[in-house]
Design a protein around this ligand. Structure first.
Ligand code: ADP
Ligand code: ZN
Ligand code: ZN
Length: 744
């Protein structure tokens, strides 16, 4: 073997470790560089064992002693794992978010690939209804409840894996019994179909678009094969999904794939059904409910063009596609699009970057656009498409503020509110009650001395959960039995203070015993499949009273709901978080969108002590669009995003002074760089304690950077993290950087 100085013999490999550097290895003896292209997975020795990494680049020299550099063990792929454009986007994204490259690249791959698994998911066994099964109605199985339930699952989804059945139906015996009766059958194919493009059929059963919808579809159809972002702004029920479907059609007809991002809990069977009814092509689904095999399978379906449509939550923005023709981000304002820990990226912003790199049209849809996106639309960077009326025969929602100043509250309900609920139930409407606080009461207080039970590890009170008899901290998860006596004065008169969903349920059952009530929050839906089961019950009209946290606010279509109640809007009116008004406006508008979707008059009622509050008045009188524009001008005056760009360093430690000291040193580095590089228009704020200073036993501090220019901010941060990593104190604490933070 001869190796000259000119042939690159070194491999720079990204490994999933928190260090901000690549690792050098030698090309193994006898191997040729051309067989080791960048972007393949490689197995390399690391410490006493080995790791799977991604080959990022070649080098002809190394800063280490050549004899220290070990040879790589093996390459796992012949070809780069990702298409070039997505590879480039992934590299860019890690840089933009200043995240360790190895972790950024590897954390977005399916687990099986990250662990070195083969590029094949194998065949996944699935079940489907036979012809006889399709003829069967639930009534035919009324004596076998488990089978009946399974049948209803199959009526919602055409095919279910063993896994999905185990999760949602629980019982295997029902499955076997139905197989014996020849109502269902197993089948197994490599999922998807690479010939979907040739076989594509588009259902002609489509509604006639209204004027605004037609204009939106025409605009989008006219912008194929070029980078063009659209903001599709339209209230819930205005027909955005219909616009997506019709805008997608020509893309699929041209044999190109469509990638659609949806919020965490927006991926309903209802949505999937609509897509399947319209297009006969395979749809790859990527969401948190998949096991590792299913996830790899869906990822490969997208990459190898065995699916025409790819629908997924946040991380699906990193899904490789064979030939992408369009990206859609539904509910683009939704918080779940931002990853809040580890690799803190924003999937909507990456969608913009990806669409630009791949020269694609991009649809950002929302009833309540984020102020960032709205600003881009108002400034013409995005084309603004508006749907102002509700599609079909749905009517606009009536709003009503209930002033509860001085009113007697019965477990949170004013007499007027109870009267309204009664009236709607009487008229056979469904009622949806919304409160973003789970548990029975947000704190436990001693009625004798006022002592409040506080979490020992957080700056927070315990939430009382009466059903389980536990006090729970919603911030660190710690829990303990409800005490019988006050630890301060010994009194046994301990009371829940404030109201949570569990208590509302109790009150509703007391007032309306003849109506079953369904509560949807994280406690009631902990069991897998529970949420789907509840949603099914609601849809079938088995309950008239619905109650829940924001889980209930999103995406679901409840046509029979005529009254939506927001129990408490006051908290958000006086929050320190500058995004609180935006979020409140979004929440109220989204929740209101649950009412009156099928030709029935819907009413939204909110209880408040501040009916005159200008935010509420603006929102109710002028709608979200106006409200958001007002909020934008306030942000501009206050020099806040999207008019300024932020980056937030967070540090936490068991010793408060360590976290603070680290940020002080970091601040000094940043100030110095500001002067050295003559960067103007940048400011460092802090260090200051985080809004909840102590959480899970750690003290939390933060340092905020702001700048008028995104570019300046990045210039400023460049190289700082490597320096921060080298500060000795950094090893004593946990710290992170959040670019474009959503929570301050
Ligand atoms: P969004 O996504 O904005 O909530 P959808 O697309 O789901 O709105 O539309 C709401 C309802 O109205 C759906 O049942 C849909 O089938 C129906 N719909 C949409 N567009 C039309 C139309 N042009 N004519 C009649 N019905 C429509
Ligand atoms: Zn007491
Ligand atoms: Zn706690």
């Amino acid at each position: 073997m001869s190796s000259t100085n000119f042939t690159p013999r070194y491999l720079k490999v990204a490994l999933s470790v928190p260090m901000r550097r690549l690792f050098d290895y030698q090309l193994p003896e006898g191997e040729s560089v051309s067989d080791w292209p960048a972007g393949i997975r490689v197995k390399v020795p690391f410490g006493k064992s080995h790791r799977i990494g991604l080959l990022v680049e070649h080098a002809s020299s190394t800063e280490w002693q050549p004899e220290q550099v070990k040879p790589a063990q093996q390459r796992l792929d012949d070809q780069p794992l990702l298409p070039e454009s997505l590879w480039q986007l992934s590299l860019w994204s890690a840089k933009y978010y200043q995240h360790a490259l190895g972790d950024a690249l590897l954390s977005t791959l399916p687990t099986k690939l990250r662990e070195g698994g083969a590029l094949s998911a194998g065949n996944i066994r699935q079940w489907r209804l036979t012809a006889a099964g399709q003829q069967t109605t639930p009534a035919c199985l009324s004596r076998a409840k488990a089978q009946q339930h399974l049948l209803s699952l199959f009526q919602q989804e055409p095919a279910l894996t063993d896994n999905a059945i185990a999760e949602q139906a629980g019982s295997r015996s029902a499955l076997l019994a139905m197989e014996k009766k020849a109502l269902i059958e197993a089948f197994s194919i490599a999922s998807g179909d690479a010939k979907w493009g040739e076989k594509l059929q588009i259902s002609s059963d489509t509604p006639v678009l209204n004027k605004e919808q037609a204009a939106a579809v025409a605009a989008i159809r006219g912008s194929q094969q070029q980078f063009q972002p659209f903001l599709l702004e339209g209230v819930t029920g205005s027909g955005k999904t219909e616009v997506y479907l019709q805008a997608m059609a020509p893309v699929l007809e041209a044999g190109k794939q469509v990638l659609m991002l949806v919020p965490e809990i927006g991926l309903t069977p209802q949505t999937l059904n609509r897509f399947q009814k319209r297009f006969n092509c395979p749809i790859a689904m990527l969401h948190s409910g998949l096991n590792d095999t299913e996830r790899l399978d869906a990822w490969l379906q997208a990459r190898d063009n065995r699916a025409g449509i790819v629908i997924g939550t946040r991380s699906a923005i990193f899904t490789p596609c064979h030939q992408l023709g369009m990206i859609i981000v539904d509910e683009e304002h939704d918080m779940s699009l931002k990853q809040q820990e580890g690799y803190r990226y924003h999937a909507r912003d990456l969608a913009v970057a990806r669409a630009q790199k791949e020269q694609l049209p991009l649809l950002l849809g929302s009833a309540t656009p984020s102020l960032e996106t709205l600003q881009n639309a108002l400034h013409g960077r995005y084309q603004h498409l508006q749907l102002r009326s509700r599609a079909g025969n749905a009517q606009a929602v009536k709003h009503q503020l209930l002033d509860i100043k001085g009113r007697p509250l019965d477990q949170g309900f004013s007499p007027e509110l109870l009267g309204l609920i009664k009236q709607h139930l009487h008229n056979d409407g469904q009622v949806l009650v919304f409160l973003n606080r789970r548990g029975y009461a947000p704190s436990l207080i001693c009625h004798e001395c006022g002592y409040l039970e506080e979490c020992r590890r957080c700056d927070a009170y315990y939430t009382l959960h009466q059903r389980t008899g536990l006090l729970q901290c919603h911030h660190c998860g710690s829990q303990k039995p409800v005490p019988h006596q006050c630890p301060e004065c010994g009194s046994t008169r301990l009371l829940g203070r404030g109201v949570g969903t569990e208590q509302l349920e109790q009150a509703l059952q007391r007032h309306f015993p003849e109506h079953p009530c369904i509560r949807i929050d994280r406690d009631s839906t902990r069991r897998k499949g529970a949420l789907d089961a509840f949603l099914g019950q609601i849809k079938r009209g088995e309950a008239k009273l619905l109650l829940g946290t924001q889980m209930l606010a999103k995406g679901h279509h409840f046509p029979e709901v005529t009254l939506v109640v927001i129990m408490d809007v006051d908290g958000a009116l006086f929050s320190a978080d500058f995004r609180a008004p935006e979020r409140l406006g979004q929440l109220i508008t989204q929740v209101a969108g649950r009412a009156g979707r099928a030709g029935k008059q819907g009413t939204l009622v909110m209880q408040t002590h501040h009916p005159e509050h200008i935010l509420l008045q603006d929102l109710l009188q002028n709608g979200y669009g106006h409200f958001a524009r007002t909020a934008l001008s306030e942000r501009k005056q206050a020099q806040l995003p999207p008019f300024r760009h932020l980056a937030l360093f967070r540090a936490e430690s068991h010793r408060s002074e360590d976290a603070e000291a680290f940020l002080m040193q970091l601040s000094a580095l940043l100030q110095q760089k500001l002067i050295e590089s003559a960067i103007e228009l940048g400011a460092v704020l802090g260090p200051m304690p985080a809004p909840m200073e102590r959480k899970a036993g750690r003290f939390r501090w933060q340092l905020l950077l702001e700048s008028a220019e995104r570019k300046t901010l990045h210039q400023w941060l460049h190289g700082i993290l490597v320096q921060a990593e080298k500060l000795p104190i950094s090893r004593k604490i946990r710290w992170s950087l959040d670019i474009d933070p959503q929570d301050l």
